[in-house]
Structure formats: structure tokens, C-alpha cells
Design a protein around this ligand. Structure first.
Ligand SMILES: C/C(=C\COP(=O)(O)O)CCC[C@H](C)CCC[C@H](C)CCCC(C)C
Ligand SMILES: Nc1ccn([C@@H]2O[C@H](COP(=O)(O)OP(=O)(O)O)[C@@H](O)[C@H]2O)c(=O)n1
Length: 307
């Protein structure tokens, strides 16, 4: 694709190699963004050679690239942390103004937090350290949940938005396991593996929808677990499947994944079925859904996709 910018063709080629893939795809380099891509421009202007060869010959460029990535990832971390805080605050406000009931508010926070977090991963840089910056977001929220769960300094907004009965110690169960699942997905799977994103699609999207649909339409209970219903489980399977496929398509379109779609649909359907069956089991008192569902999904996805 010819560069339509003052950036030379060489820079354009190097942009697509060395700069953040997301910004390159999303912004079709019409200019060298002063924050996100200055180093490839420097490299391009410096002349012929691969980005890594040029960095090796020009320590200044290497440090410029490192600084570029560092600024990029710090900015992305601050933005996503702000998004997390704003999400909880928004739903707490909607609940306080009786726009939506607290139980629905909590479930929407359950569904949206994790899915928006997965969707935000491409805004981090291509650096090998980017996942650790992304992991800082669930890490901060883990700390927030523990501090509030132990009532060290209770944050009423968080407690109202995230607990069932408004008791701080509730934060140390479902919500904490939920955020730990986000942390595991970033650290061990990230955006170049289907496993982590499918586990979050099932825990956040599938399990979250199961609660909403099950409470509303769940008159027919599951024989082996009267606390769960066919409506809830069928909803979890369907929504979990389509949200998983949506995330895989999103990351494939950005170039992070290369899926063999002729087999991917069947694999994801099998994984969604495993997660749905595990979620329906009468084990919630022994093992929280936010542990059993992601664990079962990770196991099934890793066996099915191999990475
Ligand atoms: C309500 C939550 C879990 C309860 O699960 P369950 O008991 O109903 O099964 C979700 C708790 C969310 C947490 C307080 C905030 C997590 C934020 C996340 C790490 C980053 C989101 C960023 C994005 C851009 C909004
Ligand atoms: N498969 C499911 C899951 C939940 N539900 C409904 O949603 C409520 C909450 O489900 P849950 O105990 O799994 O809630 P979380 O642990 O996901 O927060 C249940 O008490 C059911 O009324 C359902 O009917 N069928």
C-alpha cells in the first residue's frame, strides 16, 4: 500500500514493521504521530535497513524507540485505569438515581469491565513489556478490592456497584477472583493467543448474561442444579460463543491472530459448551464461578488451540 504521506516509502514499510501494529492499521500512517511512531520515522529517515539493524547501529534510535514505547504504554495504562474507574462510577450513579436496579448494575459491570479490558489491549504498544503495563490495570483493581474488602478505607462507590448485599467482605470473593482472571489472561495469554480472550468472553460475557437471562426467564430449572436454569445456561452458551468469535475476529483483523476459520467455529462451540456445563454444576459454594469458568475455558481452549 503506497504511503500517502510525507513519510518516505521506506519509513512506511518500517512503520508497518516496527511501530505499534494497532496504530499502523488504525491510522494508516499519514503522518508520524508525535507519540506513537516517531522512532520508525527516525529510522526511515536514517535510511535503508531493518529496524532492528538500524537500532543496533544507532543507540540513539534504540533509546528513542524505547522511550517511544514507554510513553505509549504509560499513556495506555493511565487511559485504561481511568476507564475502569469511570465505568464503576457511572453504574453507581445510575443505581443511585434508580435508573437501573443494583443487581442489573452489578451484572453490567461484570459483563463490560472484562470485555472492554480485552478490547483495549491493542492500544498498548508492540513492546514485549506492553502486557505488563496492561497487567498493571487488574493489579491496581485487585489492590482496590482487597483494601476495600478488608475495610481499610471503604470506597462506597465500589462496594455499592460490585457487591450483592453491600457488605465490603463480598469484594474478596467473586469480584477479586474476576479481576485475578483478567490478570492471568494478560500475563499468560495476552493478545496473540485465543485462550485468554475466550476465557474472558465466557466469564464476563457468557456468565454475566446467564445471570440476567436466568433471573428473568429461568423458570425451567436444571435437574442436577435447581439454582441454575436452562434459560441461563443456553444464554451463556450462545452469548459466550458469539462474543468469543467476535473477539477472535477483532484480533485477527488487527493482525494479532491467524485463525483457521473452517475449524475455529467448531472449536469455540466445544469450548463454550465445556464452560457452560461447568458453570451449571452445583459447585458454586465450593468454587466460585469466576474461578471454575475461566479455568475450565482455559483448559479446553489450550487443548483445542494449543496456545
Ligand atoms: C461485578 C464484578 C464481579 C463480580 O462477579 P460475580 O460475583 O457477579 O460473579 C466485576 C468487578 C469489576 C472490577 C471492580 C473492576 C475491573 C476493571 C478492569 C480490571 C479493567 C476495566 C477497563 C475497561 C477499559 C473498563
Ligand atoms: N446458568 C444459570 C446461571 C445463573 N442463573 C440465575 O442467575 C442467578 C445468579 O447466578 P450465579 O449464582 O451464577 O451468579 P454469579 O455467581 O455469576 O454472580 C441464579 O441464582 C439464577 O437465578 C440461571 O438461572 N442459570
Amino acid at each position: 500500500m503506497a504511503a500517502t504521506s510525507p513519510v518516505s516509502p521506506i519509513s512506511h514499510q518500517l512503520l508497518s514493521r516496527s511501530s505499534s501494529r494497532f496504530w499502523n492499521n488504525a491510522m494508516t500512517p499519514r503522518f508520524c504521530s508525535p507519540v506513537f511512531s516517531i522512532s520508525p520515522c527516525l529510522i526511515g529517515v536514517a535510511g535503508i535497513g531493518s529496524a532492528s539493524q538500524l537500532r543496533a547501529r544507532h543507540p540513539l534510535i534504540s533509546s528513542a524507540a524505547t522511550t517511544d514505547y514507554l510513553l505509549h504504554d504509560v499513556g495506555a495504562t493511565v487511559a485504561v485505569l481511568g476507564g475502569a474507574y469511570a465505568l464503576v462510577l457511572s453504574f453507581e450513579s445510575l443505581t443511585k438515581r434508580n435508573v437501573i436496579p443494583q443487581s442489573l448494575s452489578r451484572k453490567l459491570v461484570h459483563i463490560l469491565s472484562g470485555l472492554l479490558f480485552v478490547i483495549s489491549w491493542p492500544i498498548f504498544s508492540e513492546s514485549t513489556l506492553a502486557r505488563y503495563f496492561a497487567a498493571f490495570v487488574p493489579l491496581v483493581n485487585c489492590s482496590r478490592l482487597v483494601i476495600n474488602g478488608l475495610s481499610v478505607s471503604p470506597d462506597s462507590t465500589l462496594i455499592k456497584s460490585v457487591t450483592r448485599e453491600g457488605r465490603p467482605e463480598e469484594l474478596l470473593k467473586g469480584p477479586l477472583f474476576y479481576v485475578l482472571a483478567l490478570l492471568v489472561s494478560v500475563l499468560f495469554f495476552w493478545r496473540d493467543s485465543p485462550t485468554g480472550m475466550i476465557s474472558l468472553a465466557m466469564m464476563c460475557g457468557g456468565d454475566g448474561i446467564a445471570d440476567i437471562m436466568g433471573r428473568k426467564f429461568g423458570s425451567e430449572k436444571i435437574p442436577y442444579n435447581p439454582r441454575k436454569s436452562w434459560a441461563g445456561s443456553i444464554s451463556m452458551f450462545i452469548f459466550g460463543f458469539f462474543i468469543s468469535i467476535g473477539l477472535l475476529y477483532y484480533y485477527s483483523s488487527l493482525g494479532y491472530l491467524q485463525m483457521k476459520w473452517e475449524t475455529t467455529f467448531a472449536r469455540v462451540a466445544m469450548i463454550s459448551m465445556v464452560a457452560t456445563v461447568v458453570e451449571s454444576l452445583p459447585i458454586t459454594d465450593q468454587l466460585d464461578d469466576n474461578v471454575s469458568v475461566p479455568l475450565a475455558t482455559i483448559l479446553a481452549a489450550f487443548v483445542s488451540f494449543g496456545y
